[in-house]
Design a protein around this ligand. Structure first.
Ligand code: SF4
Ligand code: SF4
Length: 560
């Protein structure tokens, strides 16, 4: 049984042979204290728990089976939270190593609550620690909690309450003596930290919960700050966000791996393709000094959906906008994964973006169809970019709205005469308030446009938010599609309930690269192109598809 002193700050996991090998976290048996349990999986979800879905997924056979974690993964990595893994944390080799990790966590915890080390987010974080009425309004707003069948470890308050107990115990004066009576206790040991690290990656950081909290507690921020602590102090982060994300982007120029020569080659190829498709000679300008607009795409678009940067070029050229791309490393890729896990990485990338704009002497930066790039380079970067690096930044949505609603281009909306619904990327819509521009465009150009319910700032995350869309190791995709993406898929199916079946082709417009990837993946997982003819794409593709002066048929109705 437990051999460490319960309230010792450095208590580590023990060989508790009496603990059950696995344990559901649902129902009356759920206790927050069990996060410190030395052994056993904390929570489990199976298909019978999941939120019911509408047609054509309203029968059990439509739900794929969960793929179990491999034996090798179970032997090698810490996997005591639930049925999946994002972080792949190697199991410590000794109690001493566990103890060191706990010490590093405590060091990072103190930094998280110090003005010098966390000036960016200290105030909202501290307020979120000090106040919670435990009303659970936030839980009712969280798509992950709802879709999982209300599994208590996925409540927004679960990870927050654990951190809150540690905050009161280790950060507040006198916490070692009184906190456990006033605020509840959690034993700080390695099993608790391994579970808490994984749990910080069971949140899309969509902040729908924060919007509904009557006293402004931000459970999304708490999850994000936990990720930061684990990354900066314990070196625990995902390869996708860190090694193959921010680090690769700063080293090579883009997290896609494209260096400046390769990206120029790819855009040349896209220009040729666009010229052929539209019947208009397209030439993307590079490094044009003094241009009005420096456009920064999510470089993933160039690789995965070249028609998106291609459509931007068609629109901006036809509308006579003075614009350019930059071939400066990092400045042709708006991706900034630091937003999801690390302030330092975030700052390094936004500074590169601003320096490239300054060097070219452009009037403003316009951010392409990427929600997290919007939030990183506008709202958050405002705290980092000072002086002459604080160059005006604008969403592509507002520039596109201005073009489409002016008389600069001729449109034939009958070319978009198919059912269209619009996904609201959380970072762009709820977190920045860019709600109407994209709607004004689709209302003008898409006669069969219908909203999802709810939408706008009350939208639900696609389930790929906070970088999940690029995570597919182990069996994480099952979790990402069945749980985090479930509410969005329910919304999409409901929006198209009046036109079922594969015969009528339908379009989900997702003006964000990460959301688009997640929506592609969920549609594919449930075979909804085959079953219901649902395709996905961006906003600029719909605009070009309706341009009267380009060849008809820009949108190709085939799965990709
Ligand atoms: S809605 Fe706010 S006050 Fe209520 S439980 Fe959630 S975080 Fe606490
Ligand atoms: S930020 Fe979004 S995913 Fe995370 S707990 Fe809140 S509502 Fe749930």
């Amino acid at each position: 049984m437990e051999t460490q002193k319960k309230n010792s700050p450095l208590a580590v996991g023990t060989e508790d042979k009496g603990a059950p090998p696995t344990g559901g976290a649902k129902g009356k048996e759920f206790r927050l204290e069990d996060i410190s349990r030395p052994q056993g999986q904390w929570a489990h979800v199976d298909n019978r728990d999941l939120m019911p879905m509408p047609a054509p997924l309203d029968h059990p056979e439509a739900e794929p089976e969960w793929r179990p974690l491999s034996e090798r993964a179970r032997e090698t990595y810490e996997c005591a939270l639930d049925d999946t893994l994002v972080l792949s944390i190697p199991k410590p080799k000794s109690k001493e190593e566990e103890r060191e990790l706990v010490e590093k966590f405590l060091h990072g915890l103190r930094k998280l609550f110090s003005k010098e080390d966390n000036w960016t987010f200290l105030r909202p974080l501290t307020l979120s620690m000090e106040h919670c009425a435990n009303c659970q309004t936030c839980s009712e707003a969280c798509h992950i909690f709802e879709a999982s069948g209300r599994n208590p470890i996925y409540r927004p308050t679960c990870r927050s309450e654990i951190l809150r107990r540690l905050y009161h115990k280790y950060i507040k004066p006198g916490g070692q003596f009184l906190a456990k009576w006033r605020h509840g206790d959690v034993e700080l040991n390695w099993p608790a930290l391994a579970r808490l690290a994984e749990l910080s990656y069971r949140c899309n950081l969509c902040r729908r919960c924060a919007q509904t909290c009557p006293i402004g507690v931000d459970n999304g921020l708490i999850a994000r700050e936990l990720r930061k602590l684990f990354s900066q102090e314990l070196g625990i982060h995902t390869k996708e966000l860190h090694d193959r994300g921010s680090v690769l982007q700063l080293k090579v120029g883009s997290s896609t791996g494209m260096n400046p020569l390769v990206v120029k080659d790819n855009i040349d190829f896209i220009d040729e393709d666009m010229t052929e498709k539209t019947g208009i000679k397209i030439e993307t300008p590079w490094d044009k000094a003094g241009a009005d607009v420096l456009l920064i795409h999510n470089a993933g678009e160039i690789m995965a959906w070249p028609e998106n940067p291609g459509a931007f070029a068609v629109i901006l050229q036809a509308a006579g906008v003075s614009w350019t791309l930059s071939s400066e490393a990092v400045a042709y890729d708006g991706i900034n994964y630091g937003l999801f896990y690390d302030d330092v990485m975030l700052a390094k990338v936004v500074v590169k973006h601003a320096q490239a704009a300054k060097k070219l002497g452009v009037k403003k930066i316009v951010i392409g169809e990427c929600g997290h790039a919007h939030k990183a380079l506008t709202v958050i970067a405002d705290r980092v970019l000072t002086g002459d690096l604080n160059i005006p930044r604008e969403s592509a949505m507002t520039l596109l709205r201005e073009i489409v609603l002016s008389d600069r281009l001729r449109f034939d909306p009958s070319r978009n005469d198919f059912p269209v619904t619009l996904h609201d990327p959380c970072n762009l819509v709820r977190l920045m308030g860019v709600v109407e521009p994209q709607r004004e465009i689709v209302r003008k150009l898409c006669p069969k446009f219908r909203e999802m319910t709810p939408h706008g700032v009350d939208n639900y995350c696609c389930g790929g938010g906070s970088g999940f869309a690029i995570h597919s190791a182990h069996n994480f995709e099952d979790w990402r599609f069945k749980i985090s993406g479930r509410k969005k898929l329910q919304q999409i199916l409901n929006a198209f309930a009046d036109c079922p079946g594969p015969e009528i082709k339908k379009y989900v417009c997702a003006p964000c690269s990460n959301c688009k990837g997640q929506i592609r993946d969920i549609l594919n997982y449930y075979e909804l192109w085959e079953k219901w003819g649902i395709l996905y794409g961006g906003l600029v593709e719909l605009i070009v598809n309706a341009m009267a002066d380009v060849k008809p048929g820009f949108i190709e109705w085939e799965w990709r």
